[in-house]
Structures are given as structure tokens and as C-alpha cells.
Design a protein around this ligand. Structure first.
Ligand code: ADE
Length: 292
């Protein structure tokens, strides 16, 4: 079912029962290959938004078990590090063969992503750019990482990015790949429903009034819950006042959680009320200029 083992690879395709369904002509499909020693780690791709997008043929996932390219009896994929040091390093052999098989004869529009805590920080703009590739290959390393020659050789064939999802160390590239895949896929046309809107998210990159700010708090029914009332302004029907309140809250949250983002806002995007809110929140403003 689903997508395509290539060569000796018994790819664990994430089931895609609607793959044969009619696909609107001209629609772009993004193919995502994942190479890992834990294929079962990627069962979340069948769930929720991404699962539905795969069923509808907007995204195609193929998960490949690295051990299919390990040829010794134990299917080993790692070895002791040259130069000494703790832990094990993933051998280039199986990785090279895996990439050969996954890339096949051609790789136009393909990008290889190596999740690693020593990579460049993953950001929303990268998620959007990745979604414009025809194909993304995630190579999930474990242990102390993959022999560096693998990435160097791959770079002669496809663009390669070493990417970190944050300043902390995970037990392997798998959870990082899931994070990036989710961020990429929800931006693809047709994946988010009408109810959701990517540009207004925190980091959504929209050019609107909330650009560069974190999203503030949100509320729904009931109007009073455990004695806590929804802010009355949200019930006022005064759209301008509500927009102003939302911006105030976004400014307060950004100051509290991400002063670095606040400091990066161009000062000329701040009006008098913004400056008042920031001053009340204790964010340093000097004269008419933001302090950096
Ligand atoms: N592998 C281990 N930690 C990681 C991180 N923070 N980002 C990406 N890949 C990783």
C-alpha cells in the first residue's frame, strides 16, 4: 500500500488509502522520505492534519529502515569514533546506500535535511521554503551523529541542511524530523482548513498588525468558567477595540516570553499606545527609540 520501496528497501509506507483517488490537475505534491532505524517512530504521520493530507494525496510519506542497508549479520549501523571519545558514530556505509536508493536516478527539487543539535536553528521561514521543494529527505541520526563524510558526499548531489529544532539535545533526529515535517506540511496549500489561518500565527510571517509578535490569549464559551470571566471587551462587538486589546496582549506576551523578538521589532512599527503598553510592562524604551 502507499508509497514505493526503491531497490532493496522494504519501505514502511505510511498507509495512503486514497492515493489512487483523483488528484486535482496541477496540484503540487510534496514527497517526504525519512531514513531512520526506528520506522515505527513515524506512526504519528497517519494522525490528524498530516494523516488527512496524506490520504488526500497532498503529501506522500515514505519511511525507510536504515538497517535494510546494513549487510553484516547484526545489521549494525554504528561503530566506535576515530580519535576516541564517548559513544558511537553512525557508519557512512549504510547511510550512503540508503540515500542512493532513495534518490534513485534523479533528484531535481530534492533537499536532504540532517537533524542535529549542532545545525542551524529551524525557523518558520525555513518551514515555508522547505514546502516549495518537490521532495524532502530526512536522515535521522542517533548516538553521537553520522560520520561527517556522508553529508559531504551527499552535498555533491543535493542541497544538504544540518538543522536543529532547539537548544537542547534529543535522543535522536526522529522527534526533530517530526517537528519539522509538521511545521512544513501544515503550510502546504489545502492542508489547513478554512478555520485555521497560518499567517496570523505566532511566527506566521504575516504582514498584518501582529507581525513579529507572539499571539496573545484566546477564549471560547462558556462566558464564565470556574468564576473566571472572559475579558468583557471580547463580547463588546467593537472590532477596533478588540483588535487594539489583542495587540496589547500580544505585546505583553512577547515582552514576557520573548524579549529578543520584542527588541527586533522595527521601532517605527510601534505607535503611542504600543509604547505605553511596553513601558507599563517594564520593557526598556529610550526616548522615541527602542533600546536594543
Ligand atoms: N538531534 C538531537 N537533538 C537535536 C536537536 N535539538 N535538533 C535536531 N536534531 C537533534
Amino acid at each position: 500500500p502507499g508509497s514505493l520501496p526503491s531497490g532493496p528497501d522494504p519501505a514502511t509506507a505510511v498507509p495512503n488509502p486514497a492515493a489512487a483517488a483523483p488528484v486535482r490537475s496541477g496540484r503540487r505534491v510534496v514527497k517526504i522520505d525519512i531514513i531512520t532505524i526506528f520506522p515505527e517512530y513515524f506512526s504519528p504521520l497517519r494522525v490528524s492534519l498530516l494523516g488527512k493530507a496524506a490520504e488526500r494525496g497532498i503529501i506522500e510519506f515514505a519511511v525507510h529502515d536504515l538497517r535494510s542497508w546494513a549487510h553484516d549479520v547484526h545489521h549494525s549501523v554504528d561503530d566506535a569514533p576515530f580519535g576516541g571519545g564517548p559513544g558511537m558514530v553512525m557508519s557512512p556505509g549504510p547511510w550512503g546506500e540508503a540515500l542512493d536508493a532513495v534518490l534513485g536516478t534523479g533528484s531535481p527539487g530534492t533537499r536532504l535535511i540532517l537533524p542535529t543539535p549542532s545545525g542551524v536553528p529551524f525557523r518558520q521561514d525555513m518551514a515555508a521554503a522547505y514546502g516549495r521543494n518537490a521532495r524532502l529527505v530526512f536522515a535521522c541520526g542517533r548516538y553521537e551523529g553520522i560520520d561527517a563524510r556522508f553529508g559531504d558526499e551527499a552535498r555533491t548531489r543535493v542541497p544538504v541542511d544540518e538543522v536543529s529544532v532547539g537548544d537542547y539535545v534529543l535522543s535522536g533526529g526522529e522527534p526533530a524530523a517530526l517537528v519539522m515535517i509538521d511545521a512544513v506540511c501544515r503550510l502546504l496549500p489545502g492542508v489547513l482548513g478554512n478555520a485555521e489561518s497560518a499567517p496570523d500565527d505566532s511566527f506566521g510571517g504575516g504582514a498584518g498588525p501582529m507581525a513579529g509578535l507572539l499571539e496573545g490569549p484566546v477564549f471560547t464559551r462558556p462566558r464564565v468558567w470556574r468564576g473566571r470571566e472572559v475579558p468583557p471587551i471580547l463580547l463588546s462587538g467593537d472590532h477596533a477595540a478588540i483588535a487594539r486589546w489583542r495587540r496589547d496582549e500580544a505585546l505583553r506576551r512577547t515582552v514576557a516570553c520573548r524579549p529578543d523578538l520584542m527588541a527586533a521589532l522595527p521601532p517605527d512599527t510601534l505607535d503611542g499606545r504600543d509604547r505605553q503598553v511596553l513601558a507599563d510592562a517594564g520593557f526598556p524604551l529610550s526616548g522615541e527609540d527602542m533600546a536594543h
